[in-house]
Design a protein around this ligand. Structure first.
Ligand SMILES: *Cc1c(COP(=O)(O)O)cnc(C)c1O
Length: 491
């Protein structure tokens, strides 16, 4: 991502340094600032070209360039004003200045000419190299050195002993249930406020899901509801075979409270960390709290292999068995021998190459998403009907998606209404996950709450996810912020 800093040069600079800055930011513009950081002028590549043709040297001071009034917008102006200036004057970038003329952000033409998406793939510098290696060695499939290395690198990164690379996060969840011997007639507890992929594998196994409500503050599984559900289940001798806890939008579920409850009843916990790769909770990596942890590398996730998943855990036997089951449960024999029903769930060596490249930039991607969230929160802090997804001190969320609740007793604002408004301006926002107990496909499943009605349903009726990609530009996010502000002001 190009930062404001990439545009800025000191007023004492030379023509050569100006050219370097213009080249670096690809915006065909440099901002010349004085020692207090105030804008003196803008310089385009055209300005430099004309000056060189007029006989200036690369080593000459930039201050010798002919004076020019810069095109800028003021702090109180809408991003649309920057867009108009660009269109009128055929320029590619316009800075926004604060009241003392210090640049606070850049708008580029590309911020306006494309739709702003919720979350899109964001490649780094090395993915192609790992993929090329796979092509050069003809190690396209199956498995191969990228798969082995990707598993090891993920394990090292999050501090877990074993990892199996799979074709999707859903496959990883399915295998996790298989490994814990969940079968026909068994019960599995699952977080209610989540994506449907958390729950479907329970049904693949012929087992029955029971959905556990979320708590109001972390939006994740409520320890109180879990405890109540387990107590009831124990009374009727119907304890679950496993508990699937989800770390929603990158925020860790309350493991301090949930783990001891699961331990007391001796129920293994599966951690669906599809949205929280790179997050930590009390300094420990997300995905390492359960008996088994699951990650997803789907295209919209924090890092992607275009499609893929990973199953992690401390138990070597379980992870080795996952690899076995994921390759059609092929026994080691001189012919095709199968004693178990297996699956075709392994990750290909080409895709694992993408994953290795992506893993190298994971911490940058987490930092970028966190700063997108912070920026929304800071700039929209005065809109008092908004409640922000929690940012708790003992956990470091990935803020995979920046999520808000609209708490409006007057019902002037509605999530669907804001989403439509943003869509009309080419900005994609979405409702938060529709809870499992509200899905027609799970209409007959049990759901358990302790808060008098499902908290997840209350969140759903008010919640929105905003564009949150790590590749969102400053200007694009500002467009979204400006429109959200306009929406709440106009009604
Ligand atoms: C994305 C996601 C999954 C599924 O991962 P896939 O790789 O798309 O199969 C599971 N659970 C949650 C919470 C997710 O967000």
């Amino acid at each position: 991502m190009i930062n404001l800093r990439d545009f800025m040069v000191s007023h004492k600079t030379t023509i050569r340094e100006l050219l370097v800055a213009i080249d670096r930011n690809a915006g065909q513009l440099a901002l010349v600032v004085d020692s207090a950081g105030r804008l003196q002028r803008t310089v385009t590549d055209g300005d430099v070209r004309r000056a060189l043709l007029d006989g200036m040297e690369l080593s000459d001071a930039a201050s010798a360039l002919p004076p020019k009034t810069p095109w800028i917008i003021e702090e109180h102006q809408d991003p649309a004003a920057a867009h108009s200036l660009m269109q009128e004057h055929g320029i590619n970038a316009v800075p926004q200045l604060d009241s003392s003329r210090r640049p606070i952000r850049m708008f580029r033409l590309s911020d306006f000419d494309a739709k702003v998406w919720l979350s899109t793939p964001h490649m780094g510098a090395d993915e192609r190299r790992f993929v090329d290696e796979a092509f050069d060695t003809n190690w396209i499939a199956p498995l191969g050195p990228n798969v082995d290395a990707f598993e090891q690198e993920i394990a090292d990164y999050i501090g877990v002993s074993h990892a199996a690379a799979l074709s999707s996060g859903t496959a990883a969840l399915h295998l996790a249930l298989q490994l814990l011997e969940v079968g026909r007639g068994d019960i599995v507890f699952c977080a209610d406020l989540t994506f449907v992929a958390s729950a479907n594998p329970i049904v693949y196994q012929g087992a029955e899901p029971v959905f556990i409500d979320c708590e109001a503050d972390s939006w994740n599984m409520s320890a109180g509801a879990l405890e109540a559900a387990l107590r009831l289940a124990a009374e009727s001798n119907q304890l679950p075979k496993a508990i699937i806890v989800v770390n929603l939008y990158g925020e860790q579920a309350n493991m301090d409270a949930l783990l001891p409850i699961a331990e007391r009843y001796e129920i293994p916990l599966i951690e669906d960390a599809a949205e929280s790769l790179g997050a930590t909770y009390r300094g420990r990596h997300s995905g390492t709290f359960g008996k088994l942890g699951v990650f997803s590398f789907n295209g919209n996730k924090i890092i992607t292999t275009s499609g893929g998943g990973m199953l992690v855990g401390e138990d070597q036997k379980l992870i080795e068995r996952a690899r076995f089951l994921a390759t059609q449960a092929k026994e080691s024999a001189p012919y095709y021998l199968h004693k178990t029903i297996g699956f075709n769930y392994r990750m290909s060596n080409v895709l694992a190459g993408i994953g290795r490249g992506q893993l190298q930039v994971l911490s940058e991607r987490v930092a970028a998403r966190r700063s997108v969230y912070q920026n929304y929160k800071e700039q929209l802090s005065d809109i008092d009907v908004l409640t922000w997804f929690p940012d708790r001190s003992h956990s470091k969320s990935t803020h995979w998606l920046s999520a808000i609740l609209i708490d409006d007793p007057t019902h002037n604002f509605a999530p669907g209404d804001l989403i439509d408004f943003l869509a009309r301006h080419d900005i994609e926002a979405r409702r938060i996950w529709r809870p499992m107990h509200m899905q027609p496909v799970y209409a007959h499943a049990k759901a358990l709450s302790i808060s008098g009605g499902m908290q997840s349903a209350r969140h759903f009726s008010r919640g929105i996810c905003l564009p949150s990609g790590s590749n969102l530009t400053d200007g694009q996010q500002q467009r979204a912020i400006d429109l959200i502000r306009r929406y709440f002001r106009a009604r």
